[in-house]
Design a binder for this molecule. Structure first.
Ligand SMILES: Nc1nc2c(ncn2[C@@H]2O[C@H](COP(=O)(O)OP(=O)(O)O)[C@@H](O)[C@H]2O)c(=O)[nH]1
Ligand SMILES: [Mg+2]
Length: 217
């Protein structure tokens, strides 16, 4: 983010995410979504990119979201609510691009993801997680297109930054920014994170607090 995140936002983010976060709902289908409430922020990305780990790192909980070494596990939209007065909800989305998945499964995930993105008024932002070791893949570009079409604002978050050399990461960031310039709904700046070291967590928390402020919550 270019405009520096100020210490007040960082501190408010710390407080909100130090509060009580809990699982509220799992939706295997678009017909079974929870009623819209508060402000929702969703985490999308390929299977195994680190979505569930990021949610755990943000909330400081080891096992709020289930993480897995087996790609393609989470096939539902999983909703987590924060402290009552915060009005913020996190959504762990089913991973896409899982090579071993059947065609029918891919179609059903794709449909769920696309329909969710298109019909959710409370959804303020989608964080599209990209593995810092690999950069953008074709399946990621498909999701960016869907997001552009749905006019859902989104931001790229690089994960597993602890596994990438600084110079390599810089290169990948530059390449990704070039691609993003062609995507109207994309936030131009990337966030660098590691769930393992906690890098980028204060900034990501603060970014969500800023979304709450923008919504006039
Ligand atoms: N080194 C490293 N590994 C990570 C990080 N985040 C997640 N992982 C690992 O990546 C794998 C998949 O993580 P998970 O959160 O389940 O991915 P998801 O499928 O996107 O929800 C797990 O083995 C995690 O331990 C990170 O920041 N650094
Ligand atoms: Mg997961």
């Amino acid at each position: 983010m270019t405009d520096a995140i100020n210490p007040t936002l960082i501190e408010r983010g710390r407080k909100v995410f130090a509060g009580d976060w809990h699982f509220i709902w799992a939706s295997p289908s678009i017909e079974t979504l929870p009623p819209m409430a508060g402000l929702e922020v969703a985490f999308a990305g390929r299977s195994n990119v680190g979505k569930s780990s990021l949610i755990n790192a943000l909330t400081g909980r080891n096992a709020l979201a289930r993480t897995s070494n087996t790609p393609g596990r989470t096939q539902e939209l999983i909703f987590f609510d924060g402290p009552k007065d915060a009005g913020l909800r996190l959504v762990d989305m089913p991973g896409y691009g899982y090579a071993a998945a059947s065609k029918a499964k891919v179609a059903s995930w794709t449909s769920l993801i696309h329909r969710f993105l298109q019909g959710r008024a409370t959804l303020a932002r989608v964080y599209v997680l990209i593995d810092g070791r690999h950069g953008l893949k074709d399946v990621d570009l498909d999701i960016l297109k869907t997001l552009d079409k749905s006019a859902v604002s989104y931001q790229i978050v690089f994960t597993k930054a602890d596994q990438v050399k600084a110079a390599e990461l810089e290169q990948r960031i530059a390449a990704t920014k070039t691609v993003l310039a062609k995507h109207p709904a994309a936030f131009p700046e990337l966030l660098m994170t590691s769930s393992r070291t906690g890098a980028g967590m204060p900034e990501l928390r603060a970014a969500m607090i800023r979304l709450l402020d923008e919504r006039g919550a």
